[in-house]
Design a protein around this ligand. Structure first.
Ligand code: PRP
Length: 185
């Protein structure tokens, strides 16, 4: 049986305000990137965050897509990240910002960061909406974080459980979840 939503963890208003603040941080970081930046977004969980974030970023940019999968089917347990395919602009010499919805075990970002680093970019930074603080490994650097959360299975705002719930406008905990979010200051 498909699990139900237990509770809203991060409201629409909180998401909007935090994404706006993150966009300001990111814009300030790249204010001297004259040639623009390249975004590499990790499908499919990042789609809603990406759409809201990039519409608040003023700089010239190109957007590339990376397809990485770590949760296959109706499971809450990571099964290891695999880079399945990608479609990227030429990032050589450019500042690259990797965008993903969540860093959990870090396996997904580790794969993407290593792959992007091999394309001779000028710099590589990473932005995530959510970070599971207790699990994110030290070797996966994340430069911009929306919210630190506990180790609960979250859905909505792009995140799925077995392909559904991505369209929820808020982040919610599935039934059997745990405690709440901590905005990153
Ligand atoms: C989810 C999520 C992140 C990744 C984080 O992707 O969107 O990309 O897992 O987990 P990790 O830090 O343990 O690697 P998933 O593989 O479920 O694919 P999806 O984005 O299509 O939902």
């Amino acid at each position: 049986m498909e699990p139900t939503i237990d509770r809203i963890l991060i409201s629409e208003n909180a998401l909007r305000d935090r994404v706006a603040a993150l966009a300001e941080e990111i814009a300030a970081t790249y204010r001297d990137a004259d040639g623009g930046i390249a975004i590499v977004t990790v499908l499919a969980g990042s789609i809603v965050f990406l759409a809201d974030l990039i519409r608040r970023l003023p700089m010239r940019m190109r957007v590339g897509l990376a397809m990485v999968s770590s949760y296959a089917g109706p499971t809450r347990v990571s099964e290891g990240a695999v880079l399945r395919s990608w479609s990227l602009p030429d990032v050589a010499g450019l500042d690259v910002l990797i965008v993903d919805d969540i860093v959990d075990t870090g396996g997904t970002l580790r794969v993407v960061q290593r792959a992007v680093a091999g394309l001779d970019p000028r710099s590589v930074r990473t932005a995530v909406l959510l970070r599971k603080v207790a699990k994110a490994p030290a070797d996966v650097s994340v430069d911009f974080v929306g919210f630190d959360i506990e180790d609960v299975f979250v859905v909505g705002y792009g995140l799925d459980y077995d392909g559904v719930y991505r369209n929820l406008p808020y982040v919610a905990v599935l039934a059997d979840g745990g405690p709440g979010p901590r905005p990153v200051s």
